[in-house]
Design a protein around this ligand. Structure first.
Ligand code: ADP
Ligand code: MG
Length: 714
């Protein structure tokens, strides 16, 4: 056994009680255990313990009846002064009047009528807990939880946990009450050996965190509001702390393990290009980012850098300059784009801009076949090709480089982590290429810190000068004639127009019908042969799609009717209008991406958001955000708040969704604290060898081993 495995074994031995199947817990048994597994992936007692309540019933206060609103559930105390069973047409119902010093409330039951009626003693005192509603002017509480107050009994006030549950489990008798009972029993028996502390004492002291065992006890059955908050805080911190520790620790380890190719010099290719070919002055942000990249490339460690920059901020040029540095040091580069059309565009523009410098650039995609492909692969392996541009086809096994020094991935979110890791396999001498990931989907800083904590981040936060701000306008069906007239004007000026419909996929016939209907309607307003319209959607064959796109790119067609297939990267500077249909169905970052297709030339550009009249509050927020700002980072922040981190592109595979309590939007302070502490620890003890950090190292190897039980939390 390796040391690591012994450790895991040991940690699990520690918690025999918790690693048993829930079937062994009193009150569960095989049937419920089976369902718990199916519905919630709760296998062991440990899992059950780490399935936290999603809210708490506050029975710590008793409300006066006169103060009742009709909102959340409340608790009242009073005497039953009347009760009766009312026979309805089909079913009977039970009503009772509860009176306290301030007023009356009607309690009502539609089920268990006879049984409950017997339990209600006139003039006896009860605690009733439930949701209050106003039924025909009467304040009522349907199916309240009732507790009779016998004389001398002390009323215990408390927070009661409420857990997510399913109807099936309920029916089996595993309802909230039953679960609480089981958990209370389990928790009573727990001691520190069962649930060992995971954070070193100095961190607990520094942040005044409560011990793990106490936190877990109080997250289920808080003794007070204050303790509940403390428990939450402790657990959240642990989650984000270990997430970050793991990411940064592994990054350091990778750095030690893999050396980088050192690009010591900036030479003739870069300098000649810079002096003779650069078509514009770089923006300050571009210059800064290139400096950051140069520093990485010149050090002996391997670069893993994320380049964020809004659409149109000029990331391609940064990529090209980086590739020239690679070339100056005798290395090949590859630039990968998510779609064929985008790869083609990169290829053409880069070939154009390095003309006459003796740089050999090649293009590879699935459509490059036969002899051409064979020759290309041959020359690539010999090192005769300096820069390869293409789609993910460049990742395939037969594609071998002579000495790949730099890989650039454009529009990162379309590339999975798996694909990214394939690049590493093209490493020689244990030296993987430097990696630069470029994305136009800005990610809020806090989220980037979490998700991309293992990448260094550069940001281009400045657009090239002279860009006119895109004007964004919200319109509804009523304004359509006006919108069509506007299209006419723009086309007359020689501009081109995008009209985008929501995504078409297998299941949504409706979308296709929508798009086709829209297209046919357009034909009336823009009849051929004077006008030409391209149509592109996801159900078309790739070649057909490609051809239609090209017609628009070349300016043969004036209007492009499309689904979101055009979302990423295409550059048609002559297009000045982006009209989006059914805007309410698009997410914010998608809308922002789409808008970025225009405003690429010198002309004033417009984004027209078409929607129905009736909009949900969220759709309104999205549209208002789009109308009020062009700033991708502001939009990303708004998006994060609306949707939560799990839905933000690029975060899906990152594990951010798996936090139990930690919330990337709400817990930013904890995030910063966690990051700070992690950096501090690793600065002083990079391999976690100090005695006081032993506990962290143990925890990390468990997390890194991906063991189910212990890997689940944090
Ligand atoms: P993105 O960051 O969205 O990939 P691109 O690299 O496609 O943006 O650049 C958008 C456009 O801006 C291109 O036409 C490019 O030539 C131009 N551009 C890039 N940098 C500058 C600059 N510093 N000054 C003027 N134009 C620039
Ligand atoms: Mg780009």
């Amino acid at each position: 056994m390796t040391g690591k495995r012994i450790l895991i074994f040991f940690m699990q031995m520690n918690s025999d009680k918790l690693n048993k199947s829930v079937a062994y817990l009193k009150g569960i048994g095989p049937l419920k255990a089976d369902l718990l597994q199916k519905e919630f992936s709760i296998f062991t007692a440990y899992d059950l313990l780490f399935h936290f309540p999603f809210r708490y019933v506050d029975k710590s206060v008793i409300t006066h009846i006169k103060d009742l609103g009709t909102s959340d559930a409340v608790q009242v105390k009073g005497r039953i002064i009347s009760k009766k069973i009312v026979k309805g047409q089909r079913k009977a119902r039970l009503t009772a009047t509860l009176k306290d010093g301030s007023g009356f409330i009607e309690l009502v039951w539609f089920k268990g009528v006879n049984y409950i009626e017997k339990y209600l003693d006139l003039n006896a005192e009860y605690l009733a807990y439930g949701k209050v509603s106003n039924f025909k002017g009467k304040i009522t509480m349907a199916h309240p939880e009732l507790e009779k107050i016998t004389s001398g009994k002390v009323i215990k006030t408390s927070f009661e946990p409420v857990y997510h549950n399913t109807e099936k489990l309920n029916r089996l008798g595993f309802d909230n009450k039953a679960r609480c009972k089981i958990l209370r029993l389990l928790i009573k028996t727990l001691n520190e050996e069962d649930l060992p502390e995971t954070l070193p004492e100095y961190i607990l002291n520094q942040l005044k965190l409560i011990p793990k065992l106490e936190a877990i006890k109080n997250i289920h059955f808080p003794n007070s509001f204050d303790l509940l908050e403390k428990a939450k805080n402790r657990i959240k911190f642990e989650e984000i702390f270990f997430f970050q520790l793991r990411m940064i620790f592994n990054k350091h380890k990778r750095r030690l393990k893999f050396n980088g190719h050192e690009f010591a010099q900036v030479g003739k290719y870069f300098n000649r290009f810079y002096k003779e070919k650069l078509p514009f002055e770089l923006t300050g942000a571009q210059k800064r980012v290139i400096k950051e990249i140069r520093a990485d490339l010149g050090s002996k460690t391997q670069m893993n850098r994320l380049l964020q920059g809004d659409v149109g901020s000029g990331k391609t040029m940064v990529g090209l300059l980086s590739m020239l540095i690679a070339l100056d040091n005798g290395f090949q580069s590859v630039l990968m784009a998510p779609t064929e059309i985008l790869a083609q565009q990169h290829f053409q523009s880069i070939v154009e801009s390095v003309k006459g410098l003796g740089i050999r650039v090649a293009f590879l995609s699935g459509s490059v076949k036969g002899k051409t492909r064979k020759e290309l692969l041959h020359h690539l392996e010999l090192g005769n090709i300096h820069i390869l541009i293409g789609t993910h086809a460049v990742l395939e096994d037969p594609v071998k480089f002579h000495n790949l020094g730099l890989s650039i991935i454009d529009e990162q979110h379309r590339f999975g982590v798996m694909q990214r890791s394939k690049l590493w396999l093209k490493a020689k001498d244990n030296k993987p290429p430097h990696i630069l990931v470029m994305t136009a989907t800005p990610i809020p800083r806090t989220l980037a810190m979490t998700v991309y904590g293992d990448l260094d981040v550069s940001v281009i936060d400045e657009l090239p000068p002279g860009r006119k701000e895109i004007k964004t306008i919200h319109k509804t069906e009523r304004n359509r004639p006006q919108v069509i007239a506007f299209f006419h004007d723009e086309i007359k000026k020689g501009r081109q127009i995008y009209i985008v419909y929501p995504l078409i996929d297998e299941s949504e016939k409706l979308d296709l019908a929508n798009l086709q209907e829209g297209y046919e309607r357009l034909l009336n307003y823009f009849p051929p042969p004077e006008f030409k319209i391209s149509v592109v959607h996801g159900r078309m064959k790739p070649q057909d799609k490609e051809m239609e796109m090209q017609r628009f790119v070349k300016g043969i067609t004036q209007i492009m009717v499309a689904t979101t297939v055009i979302e990423v990267g295409v550059n048609v500077p002559n297009a000045s209008v982006m009209a989006i249909e059914n805007t309410e169905r698009f997410g914010l970052s998608q809308l922002h991406q789409l808008r970025g297709r225009v405003g690429r030339g010198a002309e004033q550009s417009y984004c027209i958001l078409m929607s129905g009249y009736k909009l949900s509050r969220e759709a309104k927020t999205r549209i208002n955000t789009m109308v009020s700002t062009n700033d991708g980072f502001k939009i990303a922040e708004a998006d994060l708040k609306l949707r939560g981190p799990g839905d933000i592109e690029g975060t899906r595979q990152s594990g951010v969704k798996e936090f139990n309590l930690f919330n990337v939007v709400l817990d930013q302070t904890l995030l910063q604290t966690g990051r700070h502490i992690v950096e501090n620890i690793l600065d002083n003890d990079p391999l976690l060898e100090h005695e006081k950090n032993k506990i962290l190292k143990g925890r990390l190897s468990i997390l890194n081993s991906g063991k189910r039980d212990w890997g689940r939390i944090s």
